[in-house]
Design a protein around this ligand. Sequence first.
Ligand code: NOJ
Length: 445
Amino acid sequence: MIKATDFGNDFLWGIATAAAQIEGAANTYGKGVSIWDTFAKRTGKIKNGHHPEPACDFYHQYKSDLALVKILGFKIFRFSISWSRILPNGTGTVNQEGIFFYHQLIDECLALGLMPYITLYHWDLPEALSKNGGWTSFSINAHFNEFVLLCAKSYGDKAKNWIVINEPFGFTSLGYMLGIHAPGETGLQNFFAAVQHTAIAQADGGRILRSEIANANIGTTFSCSEIIPYTGNQADALAAKRIDCLINRLFVEPTLGMGFPDAEWEVLEKFNISHSTWRHKERMSFDFDFIGLQNYFPIVVKFNAFVPVIQAWEVKAKSRKKPYTAMGWEINADSFYNIIKQFAAYPNIKNIMITENGAAFPDHLINGKIDDDERIAYFELYLAALLKAKNESTNITGYMAWTLMDNFEWAEGYGARFGLVYTDFKTQQRTVKKSGYWWQAFLNR
Ligand code: NOJ
């Protein structure tokens, strides 16, 4: 059985959250409307008609929730700043009440001896900016920079650990290509425009933090999945390569100064992404102190001529008779190891932190307890894979579990439970799950 100390005494253990998923108070205390508030009003977009109000009411309960983080033994508390809470229109007038809220949150972390890791953008764009095209519009870059500057100036003297963007591929694909997430836009044209502006925002954000904050530790995060061809035939192998370009390489390579991976996949050329951005190649790159990797599952792909452009199709875990979570995501710790190694192979990534990893299961509260043994088994497998990667001397310096408590899981609403702590959404009562106690024992051993 592995122990936390096997990772070394300097290894950082944390827990990750995001504003729109936990805060609630979505329409009060001066907060402006975010794209998730609006998206939730559109029929059929979010399961069971759920919406981000009241989420976990963290806005009011942050003190007791942070106390739980401390009790469970984590050192890092990762949270995000809601852009529309501090800039209700996305730009211009500042909501001082919002600024004050994050001051209190940071101060409480510091008082408890927790290290705040602050994500600047975790998917909740102000609606006012979305009306003008959101991430598809070139104007987003100036607005994002204004937001970053405000955060850096407000909190930079006491908060030193920053994450610029959470999973750029996640929100640009789900929100601007597939329409499954806010703002519900579709099509490759929207997607590639959003990709370009996001890649620029990520590096611009890094530069602003660097120039404003002394001794800042600056990172950004990428979702990633090992891409496995369904069969050994060449069509499937090429399909897997295309999906790898899209899912794993599209954002990290521009960040590392390599530009988009268009030499490998001419589709990116076709969408003009490289031509319209070649002059931004430098602007898209920034020397981050750490790269955050977020992994949950591998993706198995098969060639499919009927899928436009991408010509690939995912073969789900269920149809392959593999174990999977309540999200339908394959449980496969070897793929966690493999994708870490894939990223660690980039020569100019200095330092890797796992900034999210975890699993949803259908937890049931029975006699005041949640015996989520499946989640414990998941963490045991994934942490063993992480230890193996770390021991092979890739520069892995920390791990953050997703997530503290069951919360608003975007289009899944409140149905998908990822927490180490159970949230009763009717009463806002928290109950530490067996996996929470497992973590407590793991970190204190
Ligand atoms: C990635 C996202 O960053 C987070 O917001 C989400 O809840 C988890 N994955 C689980 O889907």
